[in-house]
Write a protein that binds this ligand. Structure first.
Ligand SMILES: [Zn+2]
Length: 674
């Protein structure tokens, strides 16, 4: 089949784009989505077991908190509150954490640790993928079911001050808002004053239920001068004063007969040792989460904060406010928050959360029956029913309360298992689609390489032997093999791959095309073979020198090192190593050239010139001679250059520590800053 060059190029381009799309489809995990079309409502809440026909049993339980104030400090690292920095710069918060009626946790933020995906995670309870980073700067309104939407439709009045990402995500949800921009990174004072100036007035008012404050100053300081900068201390003290002010105001509003208030202090993500964020290092993902409310038992001493996922806050806040849990939320309740409730109420809340998680699992995983958490939840719900039956009969024995505690434990384990199964699914790659995409890309690439001489010739016509390959035996064998492989992969993975979900006709067409393409490639390659044999290549006497080998191995090694995802942050180390090795190799090469030559010449002088040495043969080009230098100084210059380069490399290295691991080591940058 003869094709014109432009048509051939167009076809290749289309194939390439489709293959890349297939690869990306496998590389970016599909978000876990519930099949519920609308936002989850009261009607999706399961009935309390055993109470069946009674009214009011399939409702979300009453709220636990009257008002909630969420103080979100951007890039608040876990050790800024729980570490030595916290004790020094946030004395009030540390006191509340250690001795007040509070619960404190280390909340793990999932990478990408960037503000917008984190806000989305906190409000929807799901885990946004890396694709969300691209949307970070231009975030459209959040359409997914989320806590803010739930609160607004339940008639809660929400006030927001802080990062305007929230205002863009929730354009019509706030009763009152004032956005600050994160665009001017060098400003870390005004950006926070613009939030705090509203605080006194708002705290005095009674016309709101939820107040959200998002402070950006700390993040900006991190970007300017890192987590050990002298600016961090005063900023943390400022934040501590704000916490103190809000807490005092909430306590003063507390009165008998009304529900208690809740103050939440959290960070959206942490801060790396260089002051940036986005990656997955420990300081970046560990954020503090402090819940303060008179509803909690007063602590007697410092307890090590427990570890949980950042998304666990979403269902906890939802049920704490008496709202349905957002349908795509993958977190589970924080049990400590509800431990002062009666056993019946606790079990009810866990059942609602479990029901929501099991439904999400059913919708997103075709093999949900095999998940341990799903089965555990079914068992727990059954024993919950039998416990409630005894409870409603008026049984108050010790045995019953022990049984209730057992059900509680079953529920907690089931929730944890389902939650982790869902999060795991979000981080899973679709290897089958990725490999197939890669094979197609390589096929097109080889085809382009083989067709290049024909396509660029005068006729500009490419002869792709498709017709002849359609009649060949290997084509049918390949088709058979491809189909068998497809069936095998799809049956063994349980149909979670994207390619398996496509219609059978489409997949078979792709297999046909790919097989024909492979056969055509082989025959094209065979056609070119004899041509290259007839004319012996000019550079056949070319041998691999040590330098060539080094460059080749270095390039391959560097390419391979890029395959390791965590090594990317320290990529410069590879560069340093390769550059130094190259310099040394060149040095050795130069030494050998000059000293061997010298010895060679010495020998010549002894025995008399038998053959003219190659250097005296003709006028060879030498830059040093051109510049008017003698050959002696040229030699020393050539010898000194690699050494000089090596010294410069060492100086460059200590100019500024790059990367994350060794960022705290002293360098010239630190010294000059001081
Ligand atoms: Zn942030």
């Amino acid at each position: 089949m003869k094709l014109s060059s432009s048509l051939f190029a167009l076809l290749c381009l289309v194939c390439e784009i489709v293959s890349i799309a297939l690869f990306l489809r496998g590389f970016f995990p599909v978000p876990v989505k519930s099949s519920l079309s609308a936002q989850s409502t009261e009607s999706h809440v399961p009935a309390e077991p055993q109470t069946g026909s009674e009214p009011n049993t399939s409702k979300v339980p009453e709220p636990l908190f009257k008002r909630v104030v969420i103080v979100l400090i951007d890039a608040l690292r876990e050790d800024f509150v729980f570490g030595s920095d916290g004790r020094r710069f946030m004395p009030y918060t540390s006191h509340v954490v250690e001795r007040g009626s509070s619960h404190s946790f280390i909340a793990k933020a999932r990478p990408p640790t960037v503000t917008m995906p984190r806000i989305k995670a906190l409000t929807t309870g799901s885990i946004p993928g890396f694709i969300d980073v691209v949307m970070n700067l231009n975030s459209p309104a959040l359409l997914e079911d989320n806590l803010i939407w739930q609160a607004k439709s339940a008639g809660k009045r929400i006030i927001f001050y802080g990062d305007d990402t929230w205002v863009r995500l929730f354009p019509k949800h706030f009763l009152e808002h004032d956005g600050t921009t994160s665009f001017f990174v060098s400003d870390y004072t005004e950006v926070d004053n613009n939030v705090t100036r509203h605080l006194d007035g708002t705290l005095k008012r009674d016309d709101w239920d939820i107040l959200i404050l998002h402070y950006l100053g700390l993040d900006h300081i991190g970007h300017i001068s890192g987590p050990h900068s002298s600016l961090i201390g005063p900023k943390l003290m400022e934040m501590d004063d704000i916490i103190k002010k809000i807490h005092a105001s909430l306590i003063s509003k507390e009165s008998e007969g009304t529900l208690p208030n809740l103050l939440v202090l959290c960070g959206d993500h942490g801060m790396s040792e260089t002051g940036s964020h986005g990656g997955s290092s420990e300081p970046e993902i560990n954020t503090p989460l402090v819940l303060i409310s008179p509803a909690f038992r007063r602590k007697v001493g410092f307890e090590k904060p427990g570890v949980l996922e950042q998304v666990d806050l979403t269902p906890t806040l939802a049920l704490g406010l008496g709202l349905p849990i957002s349908k795509n939320s993958v977190g589970h309740l924080i049990p400590a928050v509800f431990e002062e409730l009666s056993l019946r109420e606790q079990l009810r809340l866990l059942q609602i959360n479990g029901h929501q998680l099991s439904r999400l699992l059913q919708d997103s995983n075709p093999t949900f029956h095999k998940e341990a958490g799903y089965e555990q939840f079914r068992v727990a719900e059954k024993s919950h029913g039998s416990w409630l039956k005894l409870y409603l009969d008026g049984n108050t024995s010790e045995v019953l309360s022990n049984m209730g505690k057992k059900v509680l434990k079953q529920y907690l384990e089931a929730l944890k298992a389902m939650s982790s199964a869902l999060s795991k699914q979000l981080g899973k790659y679709d290897m089958y689609s990725m490999i197939m995409g890669m094979i197609f890309i390589l096929q097109v690439l080889f085809c382009l390489m083989l067709a290049m001489p024909e396509a660029l010739s005068r006729e500009a016509v490419v002869d792709v032997p498709l017709a002849s390959s359609l009649l060949s035996l290997p084509f049918y064998l390949l088709c058979l093999f491809g189909s068998a492989l497809h069936v095998l992969v799809c049956t063994s993975t349980g149909g979670t791959c994207y390619l398996c979900s496509l219609p059978w006709v489409l997949v078979f067409t792709v297999i046909l095309l790919s097989s024909a393409f492979t056969c055509a490639l082989v025959s094209m390659a065979a056609r070119r073979m004899p041509a290259s044999n007839k004319t012996p290549a000019k550079g056949s006497d070319w041998t691999l020198s040590e330098l060539d080998a080094l460059l080749l191995i270095g390039t391959v090694g560097h390419t391979l090192s890029l395959g390791s995802s965590s090594f990317i942050e320290e990529e410069h180390q590879t560069w340093y190593f390769l550059l130094n090795t190259l310099c040394l190799a060149i040095f050795q090469d130069v030494c050998r050239k000059y000293f061997r030559e010298q010895r060679h010449r010495g020998e010549e002088r002894d025995e008399g010139p038998l053959l003219p040495s190659s250097t005296e043969e003709g006028p060879s080009f030498s830059p040093a001679v051109e510049l008017g230098m003698s050959s002696g100084s040229e030699k020393w210059l050539a010898l000194a250059t690699p050494l000089l380069t090596l010294t410069c490399c060492r100086l460059l290295r200590s100019l500024n520590q790059t990367g994350v691991q060794w960022a705290h080591l002293p360098d010239f940058g630190h010294w000059l800053n001081r």
